[in-house]
Design a protein around this ligand. Structure first.
Ligand code: MSP
Length: 484
């Protein structure tokens, strides 16, 4: 189905504005940008949505602490995300904020439909609420009476709420997942989710009585919409245009997220959509969660890495590369910031940068014209053909790390080719008036390879790809990645 669809719609989670953008957020957003660029190159019509999650008790409290009114606080902090994405050269189609007017309308319309379909009911409820997670926790989930993620005691909340009748839709959602109508990747995420259906999945509340910073529930003015219901609906709000609706309805819909929010996306979200007879997402890809030097990234530990700092030090393309080349997308991993310099120098300065510089310098000195039509070594052609086939397959499976690995193996192959052919020796023996066919052949082979590499790295390193193309055109060498 994926292959036959022309329209693609890719989303990231919308990030809470009480936090500054960190490399965890950047990781998902860069991946979405890379996939968007890749699918566009494959001829797809892609819409890429990211944004910020701005309602709820946690944000209201953070605003109060900062001495700001919530709207002002959100306006300021959502800009931080926009700025970080700009620095990372992320080209989204729309940046949604849950305080956008058109989103508010989507939420209200959707909730009215839920009510009409009899999917919600009112109930008095007492529960343990963790404002960090913005969800109720069960006694069983607590460790030493505290939320395991936020290390805080949850608050006991007793109020009248509206509940979503999850139970009514569980069978449908389970079947969607089993039949791969909602594809959950990697496999473990599918297994884990299917496992949840075997336990008791409770109905969840969709409104809050005491939280004022939120969208008013259209059928009960004393309540605001629960922040997670509000947030999930961002995916169908999009940019609010008529054109956008087609991406959801006719397109191949892909959500990217990490496993911390799997249950919301794989169970609650399709259930809500089912309840109103709406189309459900086609695929959810759950990437890994990373730690910093073995520890969870947290403000308290002071180990939060700001993506802007990586861009400042290494440049935007390198920052994108350094994050995606840490470990396979879909697996957990540990990041060591000190290793960034080593990786940068090895793969970008000495790897790709050096290959391009070496070849272009020889080309410039010997006035060689790059002609794609020139005869390219058959072994090289065969190698490239296989590389492109593997590349496409890996990218379609979102194996971003493995894709980069394949491209970098090819860069090493080019380095070996230079070492073997030793073009500099041909220059030494070159009598200026005699055309040096051998030298021209070798350099043309290399230029051909570099041109292919520039296409393959384009979704990951868009600026570098452009710079390589410019050099191939002008024949002049421009340094790409200075050693650090
Ligand atoms: N606002 C909700 C999402 C609503 S979507 C309808 C939320 N926001 S969040 O700011 O906490 O962002 C969570 C997401 O950020 C994760 O699912 C993941 O995409 C990314 N990451 C945050 N920390 C991360 C790591 N340490 N490692 C990898 N990704 C991480 O939840």
């Amino acid at each position: 189905m994926e292959k036959t669809k022309k329209k693609f719609y890719i989303t990231t989670p919308i990030y809470y504005v009480n936090d500054k953008p960190h490399i965890g957020h950047a990781y998902t957003t860069i991946a979405a940008d890379v996939l968007t660029r890749f699918f566009k190159k494959q001829g797809k019509d892609v819409f890429f949505l990211t944004g910020t999650d701005e309602h709820g008790i946690n944000i209201a409290r953070a605003a109060e602490k900062a001495g700001k009114n919530p709207q002002e606080f959100c306006d300021k902090n959502s800009e931080l995300f926009k700025r970080a994405w700009k620095n990372l050269n992320i080209k989204y189609d729309y940046f949604i904020r849950t305080t956008d007017e058109h989103h508010e309308k989507t939420v209200k319309d959707f909730l009215k439909k839920l009510k009409q379909k009899d999917a919600v009911y009112e109930k008095e409820y007492t529960g343990l609420y963790c404002s960090g997670c913005e969800k109720f926790l069960t006694e069983k989930e607590l460790i030493d009476g505290k939320c395991p993620d936020h290390k805080k005691e949850p608050e006991k909340i007793s109020e009248k709420n509206w509940f979503f009748n999850l139970e009514k839709y569980l069978k449908q959602v389970e079947s969607l997942i089993k039949k791969n109508k909602l594809i959950l990747r990697p496999e473990y995420a599918k297994k884990e989710t299917l496992g949840l259906f075997k336990q008791k999945l409770e109905d969840f509340s969709i409104s809050r009585q005491k939280v004022k910073w939120g969208i008013e529930l259209p059928f009960d003015k004393n309540q605001t919409v629960y922040v997670w219901v509000d947030a999930l609906l961002n995916y169908i709000s999009g940019d609010g245009s008529e054109k956008f609706k087609k991406y959801w309805e006719d397109g191949y819909v892909i959500h990217l997220l990490a496993k911390d929010i799997l249950k919301f996306h794989a169970i609650y979200w399709p259930a809500m959509l089912n309840a109103v007879g709406h189309k459900t997402p086609d695929k959810e890809f759950i990437h890994g969660f990373f730690t910093i030097n073995g520890q969870k990234m947290s403000k308290t530990l002071g180990n939060v890495i700001d993506p802007n700092n990586i861009v400042e030090k290494f440049g935007s393309d390198a920052a994108r590369y350094l994050l995606l080349s840490q470990f396979p997308f879909g697996q957990d991993g540990d990041i060591k910031e000190e290793k960034f310099v080593e990786k940068y120098n090895a793969d970008l300065a000495n790897g790709l940068g050096n290959l391009v510089a070496r070849v272009l310098t020889l080309v410039a000195r010997n006035s060689i014209q790059y002609t794609r039509s020139s005869k390219i070594d058959s072994k090289i052609l065969a190698n490239i053909k296989k590389l492109k086939k593997d590349y496409k397959k890996l990218m379609q499976e979102f194996k971003l790390y493995e894709t980069l690995d394949e491209v970098w193996k090819f860069i090493s192959f080019c380095d070996l080719y230079i070492e073997k052919e030793k073009p500099w020796q041909l220059i030494k023996n070159h009598e200026s008036r005699v055309k040096n066919y051998e030298l021209e052949k070798i350099l043309n082979n290399l230029l051909y390879c570099i041109n292919e590499i520039s296409d393959l790295v384009a979704p990951f390193l868009p600026e570098t790809s452009k710079k390589i193309k410019e050099q191939l055109k002008s024949g002049k060498s421009i340094p790409l990645f200075p050693r650090i």
